[in-house]
Design a protein around this ligand. Sequence first.
Ligand code: EPU
Length: 342
Amino acid sequence: MKAPLTIERDVSLRELNTFGIDVRTRALLRVTDAAQLAAVRNEAELAALPRLVLGGGSNVLLTGDFDGLVLLMANRGIEITGEDEQAVYVRAAAGENWHEFVLWTLNKELAGLENLALIPGSVGAAPVQNIGAYGAEVRDCLHSLTLFDFETGSIRRFTSAECTFGYRDSVFKRQLKNRAVILDVTFALPKRWQPNTGYSDVATELAARGIATPTPRQLCDAIVAIRQRKLPDPARLGNAGSFFKNPVVSAAQKQALAARFPQLVSYQQQDGSHKLAAGWLVDQAGWKGKVEGRAGVSETQALVLVNRGGANGKEIAQLAQAIAADVQAKFGVALEAEPLIL
Ligand code: EPU
């Protein structure tokens, strides 16, 4: 039996991307069930279209109309699936809002996700770019996930190791790009929880609140406050969070830069390489708060590009290119965009 498919045609994506770019898609399907994806695969006209999976639309820059099929993840549901000595296991559907999910876990007295509070987007998008903030990444608590594989038409279960996570990176941005649709994600939330307060902004915020040993909820509240201060709310000013990744350079390159720029902000990695704060590079190059027509750079975080109202994707992409070229010229460092640019 064929599952019924409700395909919407010629739909505006303006409300479906946090940059608020007003482009259209040829077709759109609200995905509530994996059977719909199998049905898409079995219909020649739909199967032939390029696909774009959207969750919260918070990590994409749309530079033109999309001549394909948008799969808008709209499945819901969160449940505790089990526990052992180490952890409680919680499964959330891909279409759940990430921050609401974090709050759900805290309401159940489960900890582990609080440093990732208020990150825009959906649960299903979180593993794709291994979302991270304030010393934590989603891989730290991710146990496994299920996905629909468009190549084979099967539902597959991936362990955390099989996701090959890196900094804002995973197998879903590489080998499985355009192939996998994440359906749900299971998290292992630790029973013996330790607050992760190593990040200097977090330590400063907790000290200002007079908190020495935070509860998960207090840590969440502190993170939310820091984010609200630094990062523009996409509901008010279109943006996709950090537009550039923090570039990773060799120890020699970092040393040479630090000799020229003693204030350089960098973090040593386990393998001896160094991650540079791209926000610092962009800021030093003079771009913070810069206005370029309807596009601009946030006044509070130089890594965040904003839609000041009615900008199109090309204007924002051009601004990004100008910033990257300038940083390359001034520091000899290549900046890589974090969002998917289409
Ligand atoms: N900085 C500046 N000027 C700026 C911005 C930053 O000098 O305009 C300096 C800061 O003073 C600080 C350093 O750069 O010394 C790092 O800044 P911040 O702590 O704000 O973090 P980030 O490296 O710019 C990363 C993530 C964010 C995440 C924060 C907090 C990336 C690309 N970005 O930003 O993630 O919230 O750390 O952990 O890794 C996102 O990915 O969309 C995102 C917002």
